[in-house]
Design a protein around this ligand. Structure first.
Ligand code: 2NL
Length: 344
């Protein structure tokens, strides 16, 4: 029996040694240490042994069993280590490979233009102010010399939330609010960029939502020539030092007198072409001297204070500067349109 156990041990150890997979090892375990295995069989036959032999063989059988189990465990660890090693080898990352390109976005053309205009006016000492897009009838119309029933309200038909609340039709209410907070005794020098809303049918040049930038300067002794100087500086920085400006008389309910500003056409140099519709001039913005009623409603004494104001549409500015032919390009966000201006 001793020899038989020794033989089984050698046999099992050899098979453990040869096993090249975890499954192979499991098979060896079942074969030798399982309930139907030869060692169990030896132990079962111990009844036939003498009293003296029984503990010796019992001990030996347990040792052999222990030895084989130990060998299986050692081999299993070795196989698992080797498998992990192999996997790590195969999955190793080549850090010298060139990186995948990262798609880098950029600011929207409209954002770039608004920021460019902001920078120009900050350079001339203006502050940037923002305000609510849902406005009261008072700040959107009343405080700007547009009383209820005024015909000019029709041109700015809007989206109403209630009778007294609406989506602002211009950024002027931000200026009315800013002036109102000064107790009629401090100068104001501000621009206000932001979204505005009109009940309009969208087409190549109209949108129910668009952007406006308005400027306002209120102080003692502000004159029309101050407006002209500021707008001239703006036009030359925005469109090129070779551009001329001209002011034409116009009408706005919140300014008196009112003007519209044109810049000389860059395409034809002033001789007339399709871009300027044969006039040599392109309309850029509107402005004027703040109406005395507007100053008064904001708390200023119009005999002591005067001011100029102007308003422009950055979409229009961008369309003229870059030859964009449809205002809807700004809002539909076709990536092919937007990408053209990422280096602009
Ligand atoms: C345009 C013309 C304009 C103003 C805006 C203004 C604001 C206050 C007082 C007086 Cl608080 N005026 N703003 C004045 C004249 C013209 O905008 O064509 N905008 C796109």
């Amino acid at each position: 029996m001793k020899e038989r156990l020794e033989e089984l041990k050698q046999e099992a150890l050899a098979k453990v040694e040869q096993a090249d997979s975890v499954q192979g090892l499991k098979d060896v375990r079942v074969e030798y240490l399982g309930k139907k295995g030869p060692i169990t069989e030896v132990l079962r036959g111990m009844g036939k042994l003498s009293k003296e032999e029984r503990p010796v063989i019992g001990q030996l059988a347990n040792d052999v069993r222990e030895h084989i189990a130990q060998a299986i465990e050692t081999k299993q660890t070795a196989l698992e280590d080797a498998a992990l090693e192999k996997q790590l080898e195969e999955e190793s990352i080549d850090v010298t490979l060139p990186a995948r390109p990262v798609k880098i976005g950029g600011p929207h053309l409209l954002t770039s233009i608004v920021e460019e205009i902001e920078d120009l006016f900050i350079g001339m000492g203006f502050e940037i102010k923002e305000g609510p897009e849902v406005e009261t009838d008072y700040y959107n119309f009343e405080a700007l010399n547009l009383p209820k029933g005024h015909p000019a309200r029709d041109m700015q038909d809007s989206f109403y939330v209630t009778e007294e609340l609406l989506m602002r039709t211009h950024t002027s209410p931000v200026q009315a609010r800013t002036m109102g907070a000064k107790n009629g005794s401090e100068p104001v020098k501000m621009i206000c960029p932001g979204k505005v809303y009109r009940r309009d049918t969208d087409d190549a040049t109209h949108s129910h939502q668009f952007t406006q930038i308005e400027g306002l300067l209120v102080d003692k002794n502000v004159r029309m020539s101050d407006l002209k100087g500021v707008l001239n500086a703006f036009a030359k920085q925005m469109f090129g030092a070779d551009r001329e400006i001209r002011l034409r008389p116009s009408f706005f309910p919140f300014t008196e007198p009112s003007v519209e500003m044109d810049i000389s056409c860059k395409v034809c140099g002033g001789s007339g072409c399709s871009v300027c519709k044969g006039t040599g001039w392109i309309e850029i913005l509107g402005g004027g001297m703040v109406h005395p009623n507007v100053l008064e409603m904001a708390g200023y004494d119009p005999k002591e204070y005067s001011g100029f104001a102007f308003g422009m549409g950055p979409e229009r500015i961008a369309m003229l500067k870059y030859g964009v032919d449809d205002i809807r390009h700004f809002y539909t966000n076709d990536i092919r349109f937007l990408e053209q201006y990422h280096k602009a």
